[in-house]
Design a binder for this molecule. Structure first.
Ligand SMILES: C[S@@+](CC[C@H](N)C(=O)[O-])C[C@H]1O[C@@H](n2cnc3c(N)ncnc32)[C@H](O)[C@@H]1O
Length: 235
């Protein structure tokens, strides 16, 4: 069930406020709740980007910047991270290995960049928070250069029935409890399982990426399908 929201603020403002409120504990929670696997998933994303040797990479919904920092290994000369939460960006900017990365407070659905200016665009665990997902994908396509690569990393529902039951139990019961204990925000960690559940299944999302105008769309399951990495090309 969708957690109750404050109807006086737009969904986007609420998402930004929610991430602002948990920014200080976000990294710890991320590593605890994923049992540290999130680092490995980000490495897989970086490997995909690295194979394309981009000179410029945009990381959308960069949050506390871990993906943008990991992307330094891609060898790109320019790395930009955008996010709607000012506090998440503040945490990112304070990290010692974030030097050289440009952080910009901006909406992924309305990017403040001209057409065709990045060779790769990444988004890790961010697309499920977007209000207008298709618009977000179209924006990412707009700022990509011809033949540029999009890499999306998202949590996903495992195909195996037993694994899926464990996953649901974990997300619906344990994650909200741990989230509340560590971050004191019960809303944020009730919102997480909801946003994961709302995200389309693998095949439906591949079709959505194609609808946004991308070609060569591929999906690869990570850790038995707990997460999925999608790669697509701008033609
Ligand atoms: C789950 S965090 C992921 C952060 C980071 N990519 C990572 O791998 O840890 C989701 C992030 O998406 C950001 N976000 C949500 N909607 C957004 C939007 N429309 N535009 C830009 N950032 C957005 C949130 O503020 C939050 O920092």
């Amino acid at each position: 069930m969708k957690p109750k929201v404050d109807c006086s603020a737009s969904q986007k403002e609420q998402v930004a406020e929610m991430f602002d409120s948990i920014s200080g504990q976000y990294d710890l929670l991320n590593h605890v709740l994923s049992l540290g696997v999130d680092r490995w998933w980000r490495r897989s994303m970086v490997q995909r980007v690295r194979q394309r040797h981009p000179q410029s990479v945009l990381d959308v919904a960069t949050g506390t910047g871990d993906s943008a920092i990991a992307l330094k290994k891609s060898g790109a000369a320019r790395i930009v991270g955008v996010d709607i939460s000012a506090q998440m960006l503040k945490v990112a900017q304070a990290k010692p290995n974030a030097a050289g990365i440009e952080f910009v407070k901006a909406d992924g659905e309305l990017l403040p960049f001209e057409d065709c200016c990045f060779e790769a665009v990444t988004i890790a665990f961010g697309l499920r928070n977007c209000e207008q997902r298709l618009q977000g994908l179209q924006e990412m396509r707009r700022v990509l250069k011809q033949n540029g690569t999009l890499v999306v990393l998202e949590l996903s529902m495992p195909a195996n029935r037993i694994l899926r039951s464990i996953y649901k139990l974990y997300f619906l019961r344990i994650v909200p409890l741990l989230g509340r204990l560590i971050s004191r925000s019960s809303y944020a960690y009730r919102y997480l399982p909801y946003s994961v559940d709302e995200f389309p299944p693998r095949k439906a999302f591949v079709d959505e990426v194609r609808r946004a105008g991308f070609a060569e769309v591929k999906a690869a399951a990570l850790s038995g399908g707990l997460a999925t990495i999608y790669e697509a090309r701008k033609k």
